[in-house]
Design a binder for this molecule. Structure first.
Ligand code: PRP
Length: 219
């Protein structure tokens, strides 16, 4: 139900943190379906905080931020809820509630490498490899479990480039269609996790705004 805010609720908007990029493209149809679209086109505006509709007397506003920062804003209570990939949640392990799998942004987190290297088999126990990734903890955990010493080379994106220029032996990254891997001569070696986007909530916000958040979830 969309209506006018009371004076009290104007001071207490419901703040929703949205991940920029491909998750945002998948999120907008969901928001439209729930009658929660931002009032401006978030793909073109340079504003980072955009108004939304008024739901049950509470104005909604959106923060448009990097996926990894969604966890921080929600954890700190600067956003009440957020939408973020499971890959980011597994890597950063924020203290947030995760009430809903939105089943969008479906992909997988994989170890990948140059075809010729991967065909030789998984790195042997006791071997040393260089791994380019933005998932430092998950990559380290995976290789440690298999007795492989991984030197983690932290990158912020375009990981597929690292093996091409001889900077890494493997990458750990999300794969959706596999097009980026194919275009760069890489193949999947191991799937670490199935990924989809999740609704997350700050625990205090979830307690105080539970009925509003539940209303939105049910939509
Ligand atoms: C993501 C990911 C891969 C690519 C996988 O990158 O890091 O590079 O998508 O998708 P595909 O399997 O459908 O090709 P994104 O475009 O989000 O940018 P990034 O590399 O800067 O993270």
């Amino acid at each position: 139900m969309v209506n006018k805010p009371s004076e009290q609720s104007i001071d207490h908007p419901l703040t929703i943190a949205l991940s920029k990029g491909r998750i945002l493209d998948n999120t907008l149809p969901l928001l439209a379906h729930a009658g929660l679209l931002p009032v401006e086109d978030v793909n073109t505006t340079r504003k980072l905080m955009v108004d939304g509709p008024v739901v049950d007397g509470t104005p909604v506003r959106f923060l448009i931020i990097r996926a990894a920062d969604v966890c921080t804003y929600v954890e700190q209570g600067a956003a009440d809820i957020g939408i973020v990939g499971r890959d980011i949640l597994l890597e950063h392990r924020p203290h947030v509630y995760e009430p809903l799998d939105l089943k969008i942004g479906v992909c997988r987190l994989c170890v990948c490498g140059p075809k010729a290297l991967v065909e030789k088999g998984n790195p042997r126990e006791g071997s040393r490899i260089r791994v380019a990734t933005k998932y430092d903890h998950l990559a380290e955990e995976h290789f440690l479990k298999h007795g492989v010493q991984a030197e983690i080379i932290h990158l912020y994106g375009s990981m597929e480039l690292a093996p091409l220029v001889g900077m890494a032996d493997r990458i750990v990254d999300v794969v959706e269609t596999g097009n980026t891997l194919r275009a760069n001569g890489l193949v999947e070696e191991t799937t670490l996790y199935d990924i989809s986007s999740r609704l997350i909530a700050n625990p205090a916000s979830y307690a105080t705004k539970k009925s509003l958040i539940q209303t939105m979830i049910e939509k």
